[in-house]
Write a new protein. Structure first.
Length: 151
């Protein structure tokens, strides 16, 4: 894996945050892509965290926060994908759905879920930090599993 630097964006708040979120999404996908399904389900750490779980988790976090808590859509009632290819495809599909919501909403708009008293700005920033955190976890897991490094 090659080591890519974050984008240098000279733009408004929305464009900058979404570019940085996309960079972290892409970093996570690059780290997981190419590993076998068996290795993606192995955990070399005591917590039991796996690369497959990380892919499933970040997709679910975006669905939960943007699509459900912010926009009010129902969450899918399906089992999480069980292969790397399916998990990454589902994650990428989530990006498209999230983008459609974020593009038409104002960052000051509140979540429709009364139990989530935050606005879209907070949600996007939370997803940025959550994705970055887990992209770092993925880097470490991948290196422990097969020695691959980079972001």
């Amino acid at each position: 894996m090659g080591d890519l630097k974050p984008p240098r964006v000279f733009a408004g708040e929305r464009e900058t945050l979404m570019a940085l979120l996309q960079y972290q999404r892409d970093s996570l996908v690059r780290t997981i892509d190419g590993i076998s399904d068996d290795d993606a389900q192995r955990s070399p750490v005591g917590s039991g965290t796996t690369l497959l779980w990380l892919a499933q988790h970040v997709a679910h976090a975006e669905q939960l926060w943007v699509l459900h808590r912010f926009a009010g859509f129902s969450l899918p009632k399906s089992d999480p994908p069980s292969t790397v290819a399916a998990a990454l495809a589902a994650y990428r599909e989530t990006w498209a759905r999230v983008a459609r919501v974020v593009e038409i909403a104002d960052f000051d708009d509140p979540c429709v879920d009364p139990n989530s008293p935050v606005n879209l700005r907070w949600v996007v920033m939370h997803l940025l930090e959550e994705t970055a955190r887990h992209a770092g976890h993925a880097d470490i897991l991948r290196e422990l599993l097969d020695g691959a490094t980079g972001r």
